[in-house]
Design a protein around this ligand. Structure first.
Ligand code: FES
Length: 161
């Protein structure tokens, strides 16, 4: 075998090595990319929006805080959790809406609207709030939290911060 033929043989061998390595790499990538995406996907996923749909705006009675309840899902990494989300919505003119948290600002109990008193009452330590959420009695240190709200196609949404 001449020296030139020997170098061609080595060249073919190198070509086969590169070809086999390339095919092996493609096969590995075919399985590895979906597996990596499956594992990392939930951790990298971001919530598309913080707007929570409450329901029809027609449900809100003018001058009376109306309680909306909904279930929201939250995703933390691979864990999906469901929680109940409640908010009182008040309007005095049917156009502008105030969305109030039903969580007392003292120690986190749920407040209730008491129509006879025209205010919110917290049963845990007798906290009291006005119709628009300001403290009127008891230990709560600040007004009920408010949520940004919007109406689209007669559906009420609140933004959860
Ligand atoms: S938790 Fe509401 S008054 Fe204490």
């Amino acid at each position: 075998m001449s020296e030139e033929e020997d170098s061609k043989t080595v060249s073919r061998r190198d070509f086969m090595k590169v070809t086999i390595a390339t095919i092996g790499g493609l096969i590995t990538a075919t399985y590895a990319f979906p597996a990596i995406a499956y594992v990392l996907g939930p951790a990298l996923k971001q919530e598309a929006s913080n707007w929570i749909q409450l329901g029809s705006v027609k449900k809100v009675e003018t001058g009376t805080p109306t309680l909306f309840k909904t279930i929201i899902q939250s995703q933390t990494g691979w864990i999906t959790a469901e929680e109940e989300f409640s908010v009182y919505v008040l309007t005095e003119d049917g156009q502008n809406f105030i969305a109030l948290s039903n969580i007392c600002t003292h120690l986190g109990c749920r407040v209730r609207w008491i129509p006879e008193k025209q205010g919110f009452f917290c049963p845990c330590h007798n906290g009291a709030f006005s119709k628009d959420g300001n403290v009127t009695g008891g230990p709560p240190p600040k007004p009920l939290n408010r949520f940004e709200s919007k109406v689209e196609n007669d559906i009420l949404f609140v933004k959860r911060g």
